[in-house]
Design a protein around this ligand. Structure first.
Ligand SMILES: O=c1[nH]cnc2c1ncn2[C@@H]1O[C@H](CO)[C@@H](O)[C@H]1O
Ligand SMILES: [Zn+2]
Length: 434
């Protein structure tokens, strides 16, 4: 007997070897998908009727700072350097472990409700993030954000913290958690420090999560300092590889794109954050045309201001169209791949498709809504018309985290209340310092 059978749904497999099934069945056992078919004789403890809904792989959010939910709407409409240096960093200086715990719980609740099954996070107090992920049931690739600022002693301490986190958390929660090194960016970490991180990551067999060429200011700073851009500098120190997750990658030359492609770097595109901070437009279609693995991320809630992947998909598609002046650029199907298959590849997850033997990381999207009818093409609706609140069920590793809009893995109201309380107390400490 299986654990879960989902029946009567439109199965959007995202699997190139298996077409979507109009009225199909997904069978789940021991955290895995054991069958994807039109009919089954199998019985299960839980049978979910997905009539009028789409059954699809959940989203992978490849760049977040989950704890930053506490800064949602706190400092808007500012340039990145002003935003970070004068608003966010002073506020982050007051953050405590319990704040990050509360903020990350709020983030995980939002992600579960909006169909995200895994996220790549870079922040502080990562043990708290680990605990939240462990309890929530989500998957995550977690990294302690190391900010060295050309201070060798600080660099040593940061690397030590990064390593300690990896030693303790990599592979935890039945393998739902992986841990990465998180050097913040090439304009906040020295070349020497980045070389050490690369060496350590190789030695520890850990991946690396880093911001790359998010702003023109970074590009200019790098040119002044090294006479070359971040991508060239990182390439020179042999930093790149398939184990690198590079967020943003907005200010790339054609040569930079070749370097990223040839080194199989995973690129996390964060269009909403890039638009809100007016960072620029990443050359996504050019990267995809080269065969690079481009996935999607929301960035933190202070620059988005939510963690919804539907909004991110739509924005990604529209932004490429207007950038290239080509309405055929980044079609719905391709942007769905970025949010699922490509994200899973970036984090090395056996997820991102509804496929036999893959992780049972499945969401059900309710199509019985005014804004989703009539229905000609499922990918079109998912990208251009659906929203976070259309997700009715979220399953990760075969565990139902949300069933028919009811969150089962945490007390929703308590998480919201505690997030709000933590933010209020945090801001009174920040104000007291002013
Ligand atoms: O868009 C961004 N660009 C650069 N840094 C960011 C962005 N969003 C958040 N952080 C910052 O990165 C650190 C993570 O450990 C935090 O300081 C966070 O505020
Ligand atoms: Zn970021």
């Amino acid at each position: 007997m299986a654990d879960i059978i989902i029946k009567n749904g439109y199965i959007l497999t995202m699997d190139p070897s298996l077409e979507s099934i109009k009225n199909g069945v997904v069978v789940i056992e021991d955290g895995r998908i054991t069958d994807v078919c039109e009919n089954t004789e199998e019985t299960a403890d839980t049978v979910i009727d997905a009539q009028g809904s789409v059954v699809m792989p959940g989203f992978v959010n490849t760049h977040t700072h989950a704890g930053m939910t506490l800064f949602r709407g706190y400092a808007d409409d500012l340039a990145l350097s002003d935003w970070l240096e004068n608003h966010i960093w002073p506020a982050e200086a007051e953050l405590t472990a319990s704040d990050v715990y509360a903020g990350t719980r709020l983030a995980c609740l939002e992600m579960i409700k909006s169909g995200t099954i895994a996220f790549a996070d870079m922040y502080f107090f990562m043990e708290e993030v680990g605990k939240v992920v462990e309890d929530s049931g989500l998957r995550a690739a977690l990294s302690y954000g190391m900010i060295e600022l050309w201070d060798e002693e600080k660099g040593k301490a940061e690397l030590k913290k990064g390593k300690a986190f990896i030693n303790e958390w990599d592979g935890k929660a039945d393998g739902r958690i992986s841990a990465m090194y998180g050097p913040h960016a090439p304009n906040t970490c020295s070349k020497e420090f980045l070389m050490k991180v690369r060496e350590q990551a190789t030695e520890d067999n850990a991946k690396i999560h880093i911001h790359v060429l998010e702003t023109e200011a970074e590009l200019n700073q790098m040119k002044d300092q090294y006479g070359m851009c971040s991508v060239n500098m990182l390439d020179e120190i042999d930093f790149f590889g398939p184990d690198v997750l590079a967020a943003h990658c907005v200010w790339l030359s054609d040569g930079d794109m070749d370097i990223l492609r040839n080194n199989n770097v995973n690129i996390s595109h964060n269009p909403v954050s890039n638009m809100k901070l007016a960072s620029g437009i990443a050359p996504v279609t050019k990267l995809l045309d080269r065969g690079a693995n481009v996935c999607l991320g929301t960035d933190g809630c202070a620059s988005n201001n939510n963690l919804g992947m539907f909004e991110e998909m739509k924005t990604a598609a529209l932004l490429q169209k207007v950038e290239t002046m080509d309405p055929m650029a980044l079609p719905a199907r391709q942007v769905l791949e970025m949010a699922t298959v490509n994200g899973a590849k970036a984090l090395d997850l056996n997820s991102g498709m509804i496929r036999k033997d893959y992780n049972a990381d499945v969401i059900i999207v309710d199509m019985n809504k005014a804004h989703l009818n009539p229905l000609y093409d499922v990918p079109s609706h998912l990208v251009y018309s659906a929203g976070s609140s259309d997700v009715r069920t979220t399953i990760v590793n075969g565990r139902v985290l949300m069933d028919d809009y009811r969150v089962l893995c945490m007390d929703e109201q308590k998480v919201i209340d505690e997030g709000r309380d933590a933010a209020e107390k945090l801001m009174s400490r920040v104000d007291a310092k002013k």
